[in-house]
Design a protein around this ligand. Structure first.
Ligand SMILES: CC(C)(COP(=O)(O)OP(=O)(O)OC[C@H]1O[C@@H](n2cnc3c(N)ncnc32)[C@H](O)[C@@H]1OP(=O)(O)O)[C@@H](O)C(=O)NCCC(=O)NCCS
Length: 160
């Protein structure tokens, strides 16, 4: 049985506090990645309803800094699935609370692997893209998945 993108899509917002920033008042990149992994794992749980682990993170670029006191918007949704993995796109933007101005900050693709109780990769519901935008993302995700698998094999072979 398959699942639709909308069944596991998550939106969340968080405000940047002093403990989240460096001495210049900018959000730590590592803290943002933690928030992204958190929302991405919620999407992965909702899609698979299994234990999941983060397998890889692709294309993580920080395009603009986020300041202390700004609101961070995170949007997470499944773009592509294989037998046991989910590629999840996470889009991040920031909002100045006084002006309401928003800036696109980051977009990245997190891949989660679903595991059974013995830690073995397990079959998950396959994604059902419904509209043209979801179908386009699905096709792009398939290409990234093939590239990712190639990279993973190269890394594994290089470590032997
Ligand atoms: C991810 C992990 C479970 C894969 O284990 P494995 O024994 O290599 O699993 P398999 O070879 O059976 O691969 C299972 C699937 O995951 C994919 N996969 C494996 N490692 C992956 C990785 N690092 N990134 C993306 N996909 C991965 C495989 O291509 C395969 O896909 P498919 O069967 O759906 O087509 C294992 O490498 C692991 O536990 N890594 C550490 C995860 C972790 O600690 N994350 C951070 C904290 S959550």
């Amino acid at each position: 049985m398959g699942k639709k993108v909308s069944e596991s899509e998550v939106h969340s917002e968080i405000i940047v506090l002093p403990g989240d920033t460096n001495m210049f008042g900018d959000l730590y990149g590592g803290r943002l990645v933690e928030w992204m992994d958190n929302i991405g794992s919620i999407t992965a749980f909702k899609h698979s309803r299994m234990k999941v682990v983060t397998g890889s993170i692709d294309n993580l670029f920080f395009l603009s800094p986020i300041k202390l006191g700004y609101i961070v918007h995170l949007h997470s949704f499944v773009t592509f699935t294989t037998r046991s993995t989910m590629e999840i796109e996470i889009d991040v933007s920031s909002e100045n609370v006084t002006t309401g101005t928003t800036n696109v900050t980051t977009r990245a693709f997190f891949t989660y692997v679903a595991l059974d109780e013995n830690g073995h990769a397990v079959e998950i519901p396959q994604l059902i893209p419904e509209n043209d935008a979801e179908k386009a993302k699905f096709n792009e995700g398939k290409l990234r998945s093939e590239h990712r698998l190639q990279l993973l094999n190269d890394i594994k072979n290089g470590l032997k």
